[in-house]
Design a protein around this ligand. Sequence first.
Ligand code: NAP
Length: 356
Amino acid sequence: MQLRTLAGLNRTMSAIGAGCWTIGGLASNGPVPIGWAGVDDEAAYAALQATHELGITVYDTADVYGLGHSERLLGRFLRTIDRRAVTVTSKVGYFAGTAAHPYHPTQLTGQFETTLANLGTGYLDGYFLHSSDFGPDDRYLDAAVSTMSMLRAKGLIRSIGMRAPHEFAEQWAGTDHPHASRTERFLRLFRRVKPDLLTVRYNLLSPRYGPQETDIFAFARRHGVGVLIKQVLGQGVLTGRYDPHSTPVFPAGDHRAADPMFRPAALAGAAELLSRLGERFGTSPHDRLRVAVQYALAADPDAVVLVGFRDKHQIATTTAASTSALSDEELADLRSILAGAQDHPRSSTSTTRSRT
Ligand SMILES: NC(=O)c1ccc[n+]([C@@H]2O[C@H](COP(=O)([O-])OP(=O)(O)OC[C@H]3O[C@@H](n4cnc5c(N)ncnc54)[C@H](OP(=O)(O)O)[C@@H]3O)[C@@H](O)[C@H]2O)c1
């Protein structure tokens, strides 16, 4: 397992982290589906045990993943290993309970205590403001920031995190670019929160940036902020297992039912890209995983790549793909294929760009 030192935490850890959203299983937060169907707890637990054997030392979860179920399953596992040897992050901000808002101070501190209890730990290495909705006129922003700072000052959390936009170039702020206001909003929140860590969605379908544009990785580096990359497998789409001619059906409580990435146009765009990549890199499951994971690992030499999984086979095959680096020539070819796909009118990048 490759090791990386994450800025913001200044800690060395595995380059691949276990993303524990999937293992929360089916769930809804009020009317909003937030889960994954068909997850078997014991298979998921066996996968957590396998992470340890595979050299993974990073675990990312959230209070809403399975409404506490992911945290509790991870907590069962953490109690069996040396907690201090691993990095554990969780998140808050989408679940309001009976409070007026998820970031109401009593709700935030209550969720934090429950998260520690669920995980069976006395501290978190990273605690993320999961949502960027701080209420009308950002009413709950100041209190959320001061509560997080207080938790960090007490040593209960070792770093504060927030999410970055899926599409970002610093130069878009103050222009008439379609994402200007989203960029300005992120920059305002970033200045206010002063995070140590960011999570960034980044995969083969992500937009690419020009030489004059500061992307999120360069931005984070300049600010000494660590980056956790998520959705490198496009939630399964980039493994090539979806048929673009038939829309997958997901049961109630599975967030993918409402996700544009699983609609025919986006699946067709992804299939087209995968077909071009397959000609150069091969089409076996390992070939697909290798290209997806290595592309994310190449984005930034210090970022940690979170991968979702539901069983031991998935986490083991994804980790195996992470140990098989692309040569300089392969990486150059990959970037050239992606640049061509982005310019192509039916490209997957354009079909998924508006997803938030
Ligand atoms: N997505 C977000 O908005 C977000 C936000 C903050 C943090 N994160 C963190 O980032 C982590 C990773 O993102 P993600 O889980 O959303 O997406 P992801 O890693 O791109 O996709 C995970 C899914 O890909 C499929 N998969 C995984 N390994 C596979 C393999 N070896 N072969 C074939 N299919 C495989 C599985 O789908 P099936 O379940 O269908 O088998 C799995 O659930 C999350 O778990 C979470 O900890 C995510």
